[in-house]
Structures are given as structure tokens and as C-alpha cells.
Design a protein around this ligand. Structure first.
Ligand SMILES: [Zn+2]
Length: 300
């Protein structure tokens, strides 16, 4: 997947003049370029410090870095939450809330495959290859936008409703063990979808963490990363750790105490407990008061 991203930093604030032309358009004076018009998509919200011009999927974008002058928000006092990257649901929380979004439609997946095959056949440096590359870049950009949208949406929601968000630190996780099948997908379709979604979400995970940290600053919510080892096999009620606990992709049934839970919710509860231990809010983890809350499923 070729990510065509030409970046050009424009660090000198003296050269940056931004003006609004009308409701939809603005213009920025870039060194060596002069006045360049751009679509005004959102309020600037502060003094412009620098701008980044980037190209993605054949389109040009400009991003302004602004000084908003806002102090960091005080802790919002909301309950903590653990977040698991699900295979079927993109995000599953310890309180039972889950969110998924189709990141690639079946048609797009097909087209992506075909374009990649085409690209492999085409001669390097040829015009046809360049056309195929541009098509691929456009398609990938669309998928990436969709994923970014999901990340920002989820981050906004979680940081508003929680004072602490605990996530898996993917740099620690042994990805090969994850792929080898601690999780058995029941059907072929699910497995296909899971494979594709997982690939895309793995890439987007750091994006989600970034979005959480960013939104957390505004909503008074902190983000903690923990080692996710064994979170999917350990019983969140009694702590018994065995691969047999995982009855199926979706069901977790503890062989020691009989605790029955949604597999991803159980994992999210373990992630939460690990995060509370790390942040020294162990009293909550010890009482397990958070974990006994009945799962509330919301469709959003
Ligand atoms: Zn148990």
C-alpha cells in the first residue's frame, strides 16, 4: 500500500498570514507559493503557529497548528473504563459498550485486491501503473478517513464519559500469538471480516490512542496503556487464567468459577483492572466494584 504523502513544514510564523475570503474559502500566504486558497472547514480556534501542507490520495490538505491558550481541563471525576480491541467489534468497553463500523465494504475489498494485482503486473515507471497507483491511493485514503472518523468519534465519547481510559499497549503485545488463534472464529465470513478489520484496526490503534490523549486533554480524562498479555484468557471475576476459558470467539466461560461473560467485555475488564493497578487506584481493583456492574449494551 503506497501512502503518498508529501509533507512540507512551514515553520516560520512570520510568513504565515491567514485570511478568510468568505464562508467556504480561506487563503494562506505560504513562503515561495504566495496566496493559496483552501476550503475553510472548521474554526481556527487560536493563533496560528505553523501549517503543514500534505497530499493524500491525490488531494491536497493544509493543517494549522494553533495555540489555543486553554489550560488543561481538571479531572472530570467520571468512572474509569477499560477498552479492548475486538475482532468483531472494533472497540469493546469494560462496561459492555461496544462500537463497530464497517471500514471496508465488500465491494471496496474486492476492488482493493484487483488493483493490487494489477499493480503487480504492470511495468515499473509506466503510465498505466501510475494510474493504478493513483486509484489505490484514493481508495486507501477513503478507508483511512473512515477509520480516523471512527477513532475521533470513539475518543470523544469515551473521554467525556470517563475520567480514566485504559487501553492495550500494542508495542508489548505478541501479535503472532494473537493471530495464531487464541481466538477461534466460528464462520468463514466472520474470519474474513475479522482478518481485514483487524489488519486495519491494528494500524488504527495508535491513531485511537492519540485521539484519546488529545480529547482527554479537553475533557479532563487521562489515558493509561497496559500490557495486554492474557487479558483474553483470564477470568475477570476470579483471576483464573486458562485458554479453555475462551469458549468461542464471543463467549467467555470460566472453567474455575463458572463466570459467563462476553469475551471482549471480559478482556476489557482485565485491561481496566491492570490500569487501576498501575495508576494506584488499586482500591477499586481490589473491591472489584467496577467489574460487577452488569453489562449495559448501547447502540450508537
Ligand atoms: Zn473465574
Amino acid at each position: 500500500m503506497a501512502v503518498e504523502e508529501a509533507r512540507q513544514g512551514q515553520p516560520d510564523p512570520n510568513h504565515l498570514q491567514v485570511k478568510r475570503l468568505n464562508r467556504r474559502w480561506g487563503a494562506v500566504k505560504l513562503p515561495k507559493f504566495g496566496w493559496v486558497r483552501f476550503r475553510w472547514t472548521r474554526p481556527l480556534g487560536g493563533t496560528v503557529r505553523n501549517a503543514t501542507v500534505l497530499r493524500d490520495g491525490g488531494r491536497w490538505y493544509i493543517a494549522f497548528c494553533v495555540e489555543d491558550g486553554l489550560p488543561e481541563a481538571a479531572p472530570n471525576g467520571q468512572p474509569p473504563v477499560g477498552v479492548d480491541r475486538g475482532v468483531v467489534n472494533a472497540v469493546t468497553c469494560s462496561d459492555g459498550w461496544a462500537k463497530d463500523r464497517e471500514l471496508v465494504t465488500p465491494g471496496e475489498a474486492k476492488r482493493l485486491r484487483r488493483l493490487q494485482q494489477q499493480l503487480a503486473r504492470q511495468k515499473k515507471g509506466s503510465k498505466r501503473r501510475a494510474v493504478t497507483k493513483a486509484k489505490l491511493a484514493r481508495l486507501n485514503a477513503r478507508i483511512r478517513n473512515r477509520r480516523n472518523d471512527l477513532c475521533v468519534w470513539v475518543a470523544n465519547r469515551l473521554t467525556r464519559r470517563h475520567g480514566l481510559v485504559v487501553v492495550e499497549d500494542l508495542n508489548i503485545k505478541d501479535m503472532t500469538a494473537f493471530a495464531k488463534g487464541t481466538i477461534e472464529a466460528p464462520g468463514r465470513q466472520v474470519r474474513q471480516k475479522a482478518g481485514l478489520n483487524r489488519a486495519i484496526l491494528n494500524k488504527g490503534w495508535s491513531r485511537l490512542v492519540l485521539a484519546l490523549e488529545h480529547a482527554g486533554r479537553y475533557h479532563g480524562c487521562s489515558v493509561v496503556m497496559v500490557n495486554p498479555a492474557y487479558t483474553s484468557q483470564t477470568c475477570s471475576a476470579c483471576g483464573h487464567c486458562a485458554s479453555e476459558n475462551r469458549e468461542s470467539q464471543a463467549v467467555f466461560r470460566c472453567v474455575a468459577c463458572g463466570q459467563l461473560d462476553h469475551a471482549d467485555v471480559n478482556a476489557a475488564k482485565n485491561i481496566l483492572a491492570a490500569g487501576l493497578a498501575v495508576t494506584g487506584r488499586g482500591d477499586l481493583a481490589g473491591r472489584r466494584s467496577v467489574k460487577r456492574q452488569p453489562p449495559v449494551t448501547e447502540v450508537g
